[in-house]
Design a protein around this ligand. Structure first.
Ligand code: F6R
Length: 584
């Protein structure tokens, strides 16, 4: 989603803010801006476009001053336009703001402010917020009081940074991330550790419902009632400093290629043991996530039922508030999230907590909001995932779910992780067929992905990757459902990927492939076994059959990546999407 960054210190702020925004651009990115306080006033420069474009066009990093705020926007209120880009001035021009999140009652606040004579140029909730701050500051002349008075009026989830003309920088956190990097005589206030990790690994993770005031190199933290909070400086884990593409053309390719290594790092044994005990003693067990993380959650249903003989109910996080199977009292909810910041997942967790449920989380970002809300956490340990499309985090999530299952069933599965790692390496090395296929599908408009049983959630993940990276309409179909409707779509213009390793689903899925082929569609088989029905065969190595899901997704990640290149789209930053979806 949007990224916010603030700097207050002794260095020139603009180049620092621009660099931070470049590092965090993966979170959300339709427009960019910064505000810098110099000796006499606050200057704002902003426009639509990527950070590098706006930096070059407006000389963003040449602005002068040691206090500033910056923002990359992912539009929520108002279309993508210069006037809607952040920062926003208040009417007096003496206060500027950047904001991540949504002020739900902004229309009502706007009407009230209009009655007081305030004027608005943009369509955003943020411009309403900065004018509310101005109104309260005009009344109190005190920044701490201004903040407490302002937040008492706000509904929604938000984090915002405000610069006042006297050089004070204030930051407020309510259900959106906020972390401060601390260096001698400098503070970096950011949505993400990537915003400051090049400068310092000393960080203060600001708690929810806290705010910060920085003035004259002094930092004070308060809770929403105005009580003083002692800052707690911790070290950011080292692997999160590794945010370079190296020799890879894109982060997405780098992250796909890291999987032989990252699957070996997922989850530590002590945490698996602890979480397994909690799961084994759970009364009712649910699992939730969004997007790719939800697809991993769906795999757990097959693993837990087939091997651990435990029932688990997957619920899409955004649907959980409306789910008829509401979380019963004293249940256990497993929440899966790469970022640990998805608003839908956090909302689902809060609902579960109301029914006194325990929360066990599987997360990549150890200090995220979700980890703070959880009773137990297992880390993916796969390092930063910058490409918007989830790749290595998905396979790491699966590894943890396999490990938990195997622990519960007393090692009933033969999980040879070195072999899995080797098989993934082999698929990655042998990608010439996949590149050819990427070229072949670049013009098509529709593609279907078929799978049965545990391979159906993989088909869903495959369709999601193809949609995100190639913008081709991709749809997953449970193979057996073809004849109940989707067969009507099959003709010679259609490509169908069949996920078909040699296990109990093999023959039935092959029958489905033949039914499709008879209607003239092209068949792409992903399997360890070739068959004449396949127009293209993408070979995967032989492995214990329960481990195929971990291998069969790899060629589709590669296919999606190479097809994106063929179509000239940016695989790291698909249009309209953001890495960390912190609004509902
Ligand atoms: C898909 C993708 C998204 C995320 C979803 C949840 O490639 O990246 O669908 O999986 O937004 O994000 P997390 O796992 O951070 O909660």
């Amino acid at each position: 989603m949007c990224s916010i960054i603030g700097y207050s210190g002794i260095k020139n702020a603009a180049p620092i803010l621009v660099r931070s925004l470049e590092k965090m651009e993966y979170r959300g990115y339709d427009s960019v801006g910064i505000a810098i306080k110099n000796d006499s006033m606050i200057n704002v420069k902003k426009d639509i476009g990527k950070v590098s474009e706006v930096k070059n066009n407006l000389n963003l990093d040449k602005m002068s001053g040691t206090i500033g705020i910056g923002h990359t926007r992912w539009a929520t209120h108002g279309k993508v336009s210069k006037k809607n880009a952040h920062p926003h001035y208040s009417n007096s021009g003496k206060i500027a703001i950047v904001h991540n999140g949504i002020i739900e009652n902004f229309q009502q606040l706007k009407s009230e402010l209009k009655l007081d004579g305030f004027k608005f140029e943009s369509d955003t909730d943020t411009e309403v917020l900065v004018n509310l701050i101005q109104k309260n500051y005009d009344e109190t002349s005190n920044i701490k009081e201004t903040i407490t008075k302002t937040i008492s009026k706000l509904q929604g989830h938000y984090t915002f940074l405000v610069i006042f003309e006297d050089g004070t920088l204030a930051a407020v956190r309510f259900h959106e991330p906020l972390i401060i990097g601390v260096e001698k005589n400098s503070y970096y206030i950011s949505s993400d550790v990537l915003g400051f990790i090049e400068k310092t690994d000393d960080a203060i993770y600001i708690d929810n419902e806290n705010f910060v005031i920085i003035n004259d190199h002094n930092l004070d933290i308060f809770d929403f009632k105005g009580n003083s909070i002692k800052p707690n400086i911790t070290k950011v884990s080292k692997e999160f400093a590794d945010v370079y593409k190296g020799d890879y053309a894109h982060f997405t390719l780098k992250e796909i290629s890291e999987q032989p290594k990252t699957i070996l790092q997922a989850g530590d044994d002590a945490r698996i043991e602890e979480i397994t005990e909690r799961i084994s003693s759970a009364r009712n067990l649910y699992i939730t996530g969004s997007g790719t993380s939800y697809n991993a959650a769906r795999i757990s249903k097959f693993l837990f039922s087939n091997f651990a003989k435990i029932k688990i109910e997957p619920i899409i996080s955004s649907e959980l508030p409306f789910s008829p199977d509401s979380i019963e009292e004293d249940s256990t909810l497993i929440a899966i999230s790469q970022s640990g910041e998805s608003a839908d997942v956090l909302d689902a967790v809060r609902i579960a907590k109301k029914s006194n449920s325990k929360i066990l989380s599987i997360i990549n970002h150890p200090n995220s909001s979700l980890s703070q809300e959880s009773d137990s956490v297992i880390n993916l340990n796969c390092g930063p995932e910058i490409g918007v499309a989830a790749t290595k985090s998905f396979t790491s999530q699966l590894v943890i779910l396999y490990k938990i299952t195997n622990k519960i069933c007393n090692k009933c599965m033969n999980l040879d992780w070195d072999k899995v790692s080797q098989c993934i390496s082999n698929v990655l090395k042998d990608d010439s067929n996949i590149k050819k296929l990427a070229n072949e599908i670049k013009e098509i408009t529709d593609i279907y992905v078929l799978g049965r049983g545990i391979h159906f959630p993989i088909a869903q993940e495959a369709a999601l990757k193809l949609k995100e990276l190639t913008y081709i309409h991709a749809e997953a179909i449970p193979a057996g459902e073809l004849k109940h409707g989707p067969l009507a779509l099959m003709d010679s213009n259609v490509y169908v990927i069949i996920i078909n390793p040699d296990d109990e689903t093999y023959q039935n899925t092959l029958n489905s492939a033949n039914e499709i082929k008879a209607r003239g569609a092209k068949i792409i088989g992903i399997s360890n076994k070739n068959n004449e029905v396949y127009d293209f065969w993408i070979k995967i190595p032989d492995i214990n059959e329960e481990l195929y899901p971990l291998i069969e997704i790899i060629p589709i990640q590669l296919l999606s990546y190479y097809a994106a290149l063929e179509k000239n789209t940016d695989p790291d930053y698909p249009r309209n999407l953001a890495k960390s979806v912190t609004v509902k």
